[in-house]
Design a protein around this ligand. Structure first.
Ligand code: ADP
Length: 410
């Protein structure tokens, strides 16, 4: 069987390993430490840094295909590996647009795809901020082009004074991106996969809900999304995968806005990820083919799997380490999972094997159903229970004794 290697030992590699096992394979992982999520579960771990070309070379020599759990491998290293005869997907030409928000904005606007008005600058060019605010008005959004995640590296600037203060902190942050603050109605994601053969497939467009810059909930499919907008989002993502030559899974994060002359489809692209993505975790229990299996199929140039949903609605809630001051902080994860199982037997828990830290993504839970409100409620209750050890609706874990004997408790 083929040997797929993933650079990065995080939860995406861990879940890709799960899919690899089902396909008769075992994922190889290049992990920085032995206690990362994927390094804990696959026997084929090489310890090393993704920035170290020697480590990458040694790793690639053991793999038929090299792919990524994150986007931080320098493109010059990817080009070196390819020049030396290794197969690496996605390639550097595609991946650069997921690594650098400035390059991505430029390329998308060249392709005529909907992006917010933007400008590029460095911290040494504060006059560009003044000029941009003069044209578009405050507030404006400032981002680091590289290295941001979960809202880190994004600032909403209210006025000149705040802009000066933030820029002063960013002198060593390289290229920066300025863009308008989009009056979005909600955030969507179109997740697709493309193979080297050129086959591509997209999952239903989802709604993503963020809190403090972190995704907390995904609703699949996005509810009350007009069919033409859903089709436009899917077509945009498939076209982009083709234009950029993506191989593997790509998530296109979108803002939904009121349609206007500039944005007739009511969609604006925010970000690209070229790997399995949080907005696709619902597919593990909610689609015929999970994004992890599809990523493997794509990088191996297998025919892609069906992307149909298997429930009318699937809701994913992220499990994010809660406050150590929560009244439920003393309830361990084992006990939390146990009580969740008693109360909501339909909930599917995915834990990443990570140590607890407040604010850290520790896992996610998927709930499939037919009633949107009920399914969202169950996923939300499951999420906060696993985060904090507290049932947000006041349910007592002692009620679980009743649940065990009388069936489910809502
Ligand atoms: P990250 O790389 O940290 O995920 P994003 O660029 O996706 O950063 O921004 C994080 C969040 O900030 C987005 O999900 C969205 O909620 C908000 N955001 C980012 N850019 C804009 C914008 N131009 N207008 C309005 N909200 C934005």
């Amino acid at each position: 069987m083929p040997e797929v290697g993933m650079v990065g030992g995080g939860q995406l590699a861990r879940m890709t390993h799960q899919a690899a096992i089902a396909l008769g394979q075992s994922l190889r992982v290049l992990s920085v430490t032995a206690d990362e999520s994927a390094a804990l579960v696959t026997p084929n771990v090489q310890l090393g840094e993704h920035t170290d070309i020697e480590a990458l070379r040694t790793f690639a020599a053991t793999c038929d295909v090299v792919t990524f759990d994150h986007e931080h491998v320098p493109t010059e290293h990817i080009r070196t590996l390819v020049a030396e005869g290794h197969t690496v997907y996605p390639g550097a030409d595609a991946l650069q647009f997921a690594q650098d928000k400035g390059l991505m904005r430029q390329r998308l606007s060249e392709l005529g795809l909907p992006v917010p008005a933007f400008d590029l600058l460095t911290a040494a060019e504060p006059e560009k901020v003044t000029a941009f605010a003069g044209t578009h008005g405050w507030p404006i959004v400032l981002k680091t082009c590289r290295g941001g995640y979960d809202g880190r590296g994004v600032w909403v600037l209210r006025d000149q004074e705040q802009a000066t203060a933030v820029l002063a902190e960013l002198v060593d942050s390289g290229d920066l991106l300025l863009e308008t603050l989009v009056p979005l109605t909600r955030e969507l994601a179109a997740v697709v996969a493309r193979s080297p053969f050129g086959q591509a497939a997209g999952w239903p467009v989802v709604e993503t809900v963020q809190r403090d810059g972190i995704c907390v909930e995904v609703v699949a499919p996005a509810q009350d999304l007009p069919a033409d907008r859903a089709n436009a989002a899917g077509a945009l993502a498939l076209r982009l995968a083709d234009e950029l030559g993506v191989v593997g899974v790509m998530a296109v994060e979108l803002f939904e806005v009121e349609p206007s002359a500039a944005y007739p489809d009511g969609l604006i692209v925010n970000e690209l990820a070229m790997r399995p993505h949080n907005s696709g975790h619902w597919t593990m229990d909610g689609s015929v083919t999970s994004q992890f299996e599809q990523h493997l199929r794509a990088v191996l140039d297998y025919p892609l799997g069906r992307t149909d949903a298997v429930h009318p609605v699937t809701v994913m809630a992220n499990i994010i380490g809660g406050s150590p001051d929560s009244p439920g902080a003393g309830i361990g994860m084992d006990e939390r999972v146990h009580h969740l199982a008693a109360r909501f037997p339909e909930a599917k828990v995915h834990l990443y094997g990570k140590g607890f830290r407040p604010g850290r993504k520790l896992g996610h839970v998927n709930v499939g159903g037919s009633d949107v409100e009920l399914t969202r409620r169950i996923a939300g209750l499951a999420g906060t229970w696993l985060n904090d050890g507290v049932w947000a609706d006041g349910y007592s874990i002692h009620d679980g004794e009743t649940a065990a004997t009388t069936g489910r408790q809502r």
